[in-house]
Structure formats: C-alpha cells, structure tokens
Write a protein that binds this ligand. Structure first.
Ligand code: MN
Ligand code: MN
Length: 366
C-alpha cells in the first residue's frame, strides 16, 4: 500500500474516525494511482484506520482499477443495481455501525451526502477531510516528482510540435490539433486541460480559448498546455513571435520574462508565497504594466492544477522542499497583445528545479 494511504490510516486512528469516504477523483488518484471521473455514477475509496481499504466503482471501471495496480478489494456495481445500498453493505461488512466519518466536504455534494446519511443514521461527519488532503498533497514525494518531471518533458515536446506548426493560413485551432495529434501518436493520451493557442489580441484574454483566428504575421502567439503522466500533470506557457511584432509587444515580453526569471531565482525554502508573488509583480508594476497582470503568480499542482500553495498576495505560507507550483506572470493589454511565461517547479533544499525546459528567450518564427 502507498505511504500516502498508511499516513491517512494513522490520521484516522489518531483522530478517532471509524472510516473515511473519499470521492474526489484527484484524491482517489493520489491514494491509488487510478483516475476516473465517474460523473453521476459512484466511485469511492473507503479507508479504515485498522483494516484494508477498498474501492467501490461502476462495474465498467473495475478492470481499469486493477490495471492501475490496486491490489486490495475492488467492488463493482451495474447501472441497474442499487449502488448506494451495495456500497453501504460492503462498509457494514467491515465496520457494522460507523460513528465518525471523515468526508471531503469541499467535494461531496449535498445530494450524495443525504444518501450516505440515510444508510448510516448513527454516523456523524466531524471535520473536513478536504483540509487534510490539501496538506497531504502539499509536499510531494520523490516518486511524485519523477512523474511530474515526465509530464514536464511531454509538455516540452508539445511546444516543439506547436512552434513548428505555426504558418500563415493556419488557425489557432489548427495548431492545437497538430499538437494533440502528435502527442497521441506518441501514446500521450490526455491533456491536463484544454490546450490554449492564442494569437495577437486574442492572447489578451487569459482564459479564452483558441478560435478560428487565422495566424497573422508580426504578432505574438501564446501557448499554454500540459499533459497527464501516471495521473500527474504538467502545465506550462510560452509566448513566441511570428514575424516581427511591434515595439510594445516586444516590451511586454521583455518585462514579463524579467519578472519570470526573477521569481524563478527567488523561489527557494524560506520565502513566503506572498513574497514570491511580489518579486514578479514589483518588476511588472515598475515597468508600468501592473494593471495588466490580472492574476496570481502561480498555483500548486500535482494530480490536479488546483492545489496548495497558492502563490499570491495574502498567503504567508513559507515555501518548503517538495512543494510544487507554477510561476506564471502574464501581461495582457486588451485589444493588443498578451504574454504569459510559465514553468512549474519543485522546491529543493536550496532553490528550485523546473519541470519544463523549453527556452524562454523570445523565439522568432518566420
Ligand atoms: Mn498554464
Ligand atoms: Mn498554470
């Protein structure tokens, strides 16, 4: 069993929980190496302080659970069966009348919670396992870091393909298709989020997607992409020059790169998340573009891209070895151009190492 699961069992015992009901797919993945979003079906990892855990899953997922390396019990149910009752019966086989249940309250819907309560009328649900999960996932093990490195390598490959695909007459969507086709041919089947390719003024919309925009000469093109490797993600951005962008576009690139390098230099044990955000923000402010840097410097990542630590003003968490997060300053001038340069890194004993290594010096493509 993974050390992550042994740690959870100890936590349950120390805090007098009879059972943990884990339903967040990224948490299940963290504990078992199996990832699936069951949508409306039931997928649960049930953990006890002193007995073996089990997985309860739709019957059509049972094979994949085993294939992912899970060597404890896995029980399946068919769509026409009463899955909730079956799950409750499997729990009662191990613990006939659980009293204190740990649940991820950030994830469990009210509808599902009410069903669980109906099957276990004597149960109470103290605390919130979501807070435990945030802390457990905060410091990555060496094995997790190896998976994140492998995902980073895949992102570097994706950039290489994407840059080569840039040609007049193609659209942003064409470039996304080229990237994902090349990845799939290599056996990399999952992106960690919808690939972003945005050219010219469209890149000033940081969370907008690629469109049918034709790529035009003399504009910046922004790429933001990532893959999933053994359940661990990559997330990286690069901005390149197609032809010769104007002075202002080149200036925001220069400033953003300076901010990104400065934050990469400053990310080490001892600095707080807020201080790190400020390192990059001060450079962009001083250059006069502060109002165009409209998001935090970075976010934690691992089995998802929304983890701790959040690198932003107000977060006084001190960075420690094993923490993984993005460093992604961006400057977005509405109706003109946008730049974002992003690497995810892990904190080491005396600094940090990025997961992606694609050059950040402005690349000119003819
Ligand atoms: Mn990104
Ligand atoms: Mn990111």
């Amino acid at each position: 069993m993974k050390t992550q699961l042994l740690d959870l069992q100890k936590y349950l015992g120390d805090n007098n929980y009879d059972i943990a009901y884990i339903s967040d797919p990224t948490d299940i993945n963290y504990f078992t190496g199996f990832y699936s979003d069951p949508v409306e079906r039931i997928l649960a990892l049930i953990v006890f302080p002193d007995q073996d855990p089990f997985i309860f899953a739709p019957a059509l997922e049972v094979g994949s659970v085993k294939k992912a390396g899970w060597d404890k019990d896995v029980f399946g149910y068919l769509d026409n069966e009463d899955g909730w009752k079956m799950l409750a019966d499997h729990i009662k086989d191990v613990k006939s009348d659980p009293k204190a249940c740990a649940t991820e309250k950030d994830n469990l819907t009210v509808q599902k919670f009410e069903i669980v309560k109906k099957h276990f009328p004597n149960a109470e649900f103290p605390g919130n396992l979501s807070r435990y999960m945030e802390n457990a996932r905060l410091i990555k093990t060496p094995e997790e870091i190896e998976n994140l490195k492998a995902a980073g390598k895949e992102a570097d490959f994706a950039f290489e393909v994407g840059f080569k695909a840039i040609k007049e007459g193609r659209t942003e969507q064409d470039i996304v298709a080229e990237i994902e086709y090349a990845l799939m041919k290599k056996g990399i089947m999952h992106m960690s989020f919808d690939t972003i390719v945005q050219a010219g003024a469209n890149a000033a919309n940081p969370h907008g997607g690629p469109e049918k925009n034709l790529l035009k000469k003399d504009e910046l093109i922004l790429f933001d992409l990532g893959t999933v490797h053994n359940g661990y993600i990559s997330d990286a951005s690069r901005t390149v020059a197609f032809g010769k962008p104007n002075e202002k576009a080149l200036d925001i690139y220069k400033v953003d790169l300076e901010a990104q390098y400065a934050a990469m230099d400053a990310a080490k044990p001892g600095i707080t998340a807020a201080e790190l955000d400020k390192v990059a923000r001060d450079i962009i402010d001083k250059a006069g573009y502060g109002e165009y840097f409209i998001h935090r410097l970075g976010h934690g990542m691992g089995t998802s891209e929304h983890e701790f630590p959040s690198i932003m003003e107000g977060n006084d968490m001190v960075l420690k070895p094993g923490m993984c997060f993005s460093i992604e300053p961006g400057i977005y001038i509405p109706n003109e151009a946008g730049v974002r340069i992003e690497d995810c890194v892990y904190i080491t004993e005396d600094g940090n190492e990025p997961f992606t290594h694609t050059s950040k010096e402005l690349k000119y493509i003819d």
